[in-house]
Design a protein around this ligand. Structure first.
Ligand code: HEC
Ligand code: HEC
Ligand code: HEC
Ligand code: HEC
Ligand code: HEC
Ligand code: HEC
Ligand code: HEC
Ligand code: HEC
Ligand code: HEC
Ligand code: HEC
Length: 290
């Protein structure tokens, strides 16, 4: 009798333990639960789980306890029903238990999205065919952009400006430039390399570099859209005059300094690029004219 009690205590203790473990993400491997144990109450979800994601409790970590509690409640008669166990929805940590070693997910902990509290499940569904559902390989372009736009409306609006990257037209995507799983550094730090991967004609090195181009394309261009032509964040000539003063240089009118340097008259307040057309760098002219 005594031995039976001890055995019972061990089993009960074990069960309690398993419960506590299950609540902590993936700390212990609970026995895998396939959809057939859930189907009587969740017809749709039991069928729609993604092919690679067959085990319900790998994401809904306390699903076993949840199912048992509900079954017990259905059987229980009278007012004293056992309490519910609400099944968890997967936190990023649950997904990362399997996906942490994926090259693109390794740095999710320092990603802007993670820092802002955005979870994997905010972008990836597992059951429902809405925009959130991403069988990623298959859903590029339009659907991905629509997903991003659910939260980044202000950015989407820029793609309707006079000059814009053709995202709405299908010629570019948000994920062509951003990795939603990466840190800000990894996402945007390599912006210039990213830009020149498509715009090869602009790529250096040039014999005569233009410092702000080497530093970063976004010094002059808004990557999303702008009211000025060629995605310029500021209209000409103000774009250039932010850094270059006209007064006192060789464009100045007249001979205020009377220093015998030839002047380029009429340059003031004109489209600088009409003369300095090699604004991204030149192989022949230090003044970036050709
Ligand atoms: C006997 C019926 C029953 C069974 C079996 C059952 N569930 Fe549930 N489940 C429910 C009910 C009812 C709800 C609605 C919320 C609640 O009362 O817990 C629910 C809700 C859920 C939710 C949503 C929780 C939320 O945050 O809204 C998930 C996820 C879930 N169940 C997963 C499972 C999985 C996985 C299984 C199989 C291991 C399973 N359920 C088995 C009855 C059941
Ligand atoms: C890859 C992780 C993953 C697996 C595996 C998984 N689910 Fe889910 N489940 C989710 C996510 C994420 C949600 C949040 C709703 C969504 O799909 O957008 C969810 C939501 C649910 C819901 C709530 C639906 C609602 O409308 O709120 C139920 C019920 C559910 N899952 C049942 C199951 C069952 C049954 C299985 C096993 C066949 C299963 N899940 C396997 C990730 C998973
Ligand atoms: C039990 C391990 C496991 C868990 C937990 C898990 N996954 Fe997966 N997932 C896989 C495997 C295995 C694959 C297929 C191989 C691959 O693409 O890495 C996969 C594939 C994917 C894919 C690509 C699907 C495709 O069609 O190419 C996405 C997206 C994904 N998982 C998202 C998630 C999200 C979001 C979660 C958490 C809600 C999650 N996974 C939880 C194991 C898991
Ligand atoms: C801000 C939205 C967002 C978040 C948050 C997010 N993803 Fe993704 N994920 C995407 C998009 C969009 C794709 C499609 C890939 C592409 O087009 O670059 C994708 C692709 C994937 C893929 C398959 C393709 C690949 O890159 O290998 C997996 C696996 C995946 N995500 C897992 C996860 C996991 C796990 C988490 C949480 C740790 C997560 N994702 C968080 C948006 C997101
Ligand atoms: C569920 C809402 C949500 C979705 C969906 C979403 N994001 Fe975000 N995103 C955020 C939040 C919140 C932040 C952090 C606050 C901010 O800067 O707006 C953020 C930040 C970012 C940043 C960094 C911003 C910065 O200041 O450095 C980029 C880039 C980004 N998201 C791109 C994307 C892309 C691309 C997609 C689609 C694949 C996407 N987001 C989908 C909510 C979302
Ligand atoms: C051509 C490449 C490109 C495309 C396409 C693109 N982005 Fe960006 N995005 C960038 C660059 C580069 C930056 C950094 C800008 C800076 O440093 O001034 C940025 C910045 C951001 C930021 C943070 C700063 C801000 O402007 O709010 C968010 C959020 C963002 N992008 C979301 C998106 C979304 C959502 C889409 C699709 C609708 C998208 N991006 C499409 C290149 C791109
Ligand atoms: C995925 C490829 C891709 C990437 C990456 C990319 N672009 Fe573009 N860009 C395009 C396409 C496509 C067009 C439209 C070409 C056209 O209309 O002839 C374009 C057009 C432009 C234009 C000209 C707009 C006009 O009015 O003619 C500028 C300027 C530009 N991009 C700058 C950038 C900058 C800066 C970056 C980096 C932040 C960048 N691009 C990254 C594909 C890309
Ligand atoms: C100093 C400001 C400045 C910087 C920095 C800059 N651009 Fe430009 N870019 C311009 C101006 C001005 C034009 C418009 C030229 C015109 O009117 O024809 C332009 C035009 C473009 C165009 C349209 C086609 C063309 O060659 O005229 C592309 C593409 C482009 N830039 C890409 C880039 C890329 C990629 C980078 C980063 C490597 C970059 N730009 C950095 C000022 C700049
Ligand atoms: C963000 C600041 C910045 C902007 C904006 C900028 N430049 Fe420059 N530019 C520089 C710097 C820094 C140098 C290098 C100055 C030096 O070597 O004395 C330079 C050099 C030049 C030179 C070569 C100087 C020489 O000695 O011949 C020309 C020409 C030039 N820029 C034209 C332009 C034009 C045209 C625009 C507008 C499309 C422009 N810049 C926008 C910072 C800028
Ligand atoms: C009518 C043609 C023309 C226009 C328009 C023009 N430039 Fe120039 N720029 C020149 C010539 C030619 C030189 C070289 C002068 C020399 O060789 O002494 C030059 C030289 C420069 C230099 C380097 C020498 C210096 O004086 O520092 C800079 C910087 C420069 N221009 C900026 C600009 C900016 C900014 C604008 C627009 C406000 C502009 N340019 C408009 C023709 C022009």
């Amino acid at each position: 009798m005594r031995r039976l009690a001890v055995l019972l205590a061990v089993i009960l203790g074990g069960a309690l333990h398993a419960g506590a473990w299950a609540a902590a993400p993936m700390a212990a491997k609970a026995a895998p639960i396939k959809g057939d144990q859930c189907v009587e109450c969740h017809k749709t979800e039991a069928k729609t789980s993604h092919a690679f994601h067959g085990e319900c409790n790998s994401c809904h970590v306390n699903a076993g306890d949840h199912a048992k509690a509900h079954e017990a409640r259905e059987k229980a008669k009278g007012p004293n029903k056992p309490p519910k166990v609400i099944a968890t929805k997967p936190e990023s940590a649950e997904c990362l238990a399997c996906h942490e070693s994926d090259k693109r997910r390794m740095h999710f902990s320092i990603a802007e999205h993670n820092k802002a509290g955005v979870q994997c499940r905010d972008c990836h569904g597992n059951h429902t065919p809405k925009v959130k559902t991403l069988n990623a390989g298959m859903e590029k372009g339009g659907k991905t952009t629509a997903l991003c736009a659910t939260c980044h409306q202000d950015v989407l609006a820029k793609f309707s400006m006079t000059s814009h990257h053709p995202v709405k037209e299908g010629g570019a995507t948000c994920t062509g430039c951003h990795d939603p799983h990466a840190s800000k550094q990894a996402t945007l730090g390599a912006a210039t390399a990213q830009c020149t991967s498509c715009h090869q004609a602009v790529r250096g090195p040039h014999v005569f570099e233009h410092a702000p181009v080497v530093e970063g394309c976004t010094n002059c261009h808004d990557p999303h859209g702008a009211p000025n032509r060629r995605l310029l964040s500021v209209a000409q000539p103000m774009q250039c005059l932010q850094c270059h003063a006209i007064a006192g240089n060789r464009h100045a009118l007249g001979g205020a300094n009377n220093d015998n340097v030839s002047r380029v008259s009429g340059a003031v307040l004109r489209d600088c690029v009409s003369c300095h057309s090699a604004v991204h760098g030149s192989s022949t002219d230090q003044h970036l004219r050709f």
